[in-house]
Design a protein around this ligand. Structure first.
Ligand code: RB5
Length: 152
């Protein structure tokens, strides 16, 4: 497992369902303005889709190391986080406040940020993305702890 503490990855894979399509587009623009390469796994419009398809695409590619970090968005964030956390090595954090976004990086080394577009507004979501991207993992005892559940 990587103990990488480098903030602001240069590349992020992002996926959403129809409920969060507009938010995904906004987050893409925000990240690209920060120089982050955004790999868009869809969906690509407001038509109804099944969130597990996009969770699988994003979490699968974080799990196999293709991308260091991912962002998943749906209506509540619940389905995306449940699906993403089934993948080995994925630590998907569903957050809706800044403290949890920061701690999910510092203590849990979360590698997928999950948010609910029907739960939080756009400006809070962008704040959470910024916090999550900028916060490094502390490592040390927290690395030991996340390694404890890697084999579950
Ligand atoms: C779609 O209606 C909704 O169920 C989905 O976006 C998400 O909230 C699932 O957890």
């Amino acid at each position: 497992m990587s103990n990488d503490t480098t903030p602001y990855e240069t590349e992020v894979i992002i996926g959403c369902d129809h409920a969060a399509y507009p938010l995904k587009e906004t987050i893409k623009i925000f990240l690209e303005s920060k120089g982050v390469k955004v790999v868009d796994a869809g969906c690509h419009g407001p038509e109804s889709v099944n969130y597990p398809d996009f969770a699988k695409e994003v979490a699968g590619k974080v799990s196999d190391g293709t991308h260091p970090k991912g962002i998943l968005l749906c209506g509540t964030g619940l389905g995306m986080s449940m699906a993403a956390n089934r993948f080995k090595g994925v630590r998907a954090a569903l957050v809706s406040d800044g403290f949890s976004a920061r701690m999910s990086r510092m203590h849990n080394n979360s590698n997928i940020l999950v948010m609910g577009a029907r739960v939080i507004g756009e400006s809070l979501a962008l704040d959470l993305v910024r916090i999550w991207m900028e916060t490094p993992f502390e490592g040390g005892r927290h690395l030991d702890r996340i390694q404890m559940f890697e084999s579950f």
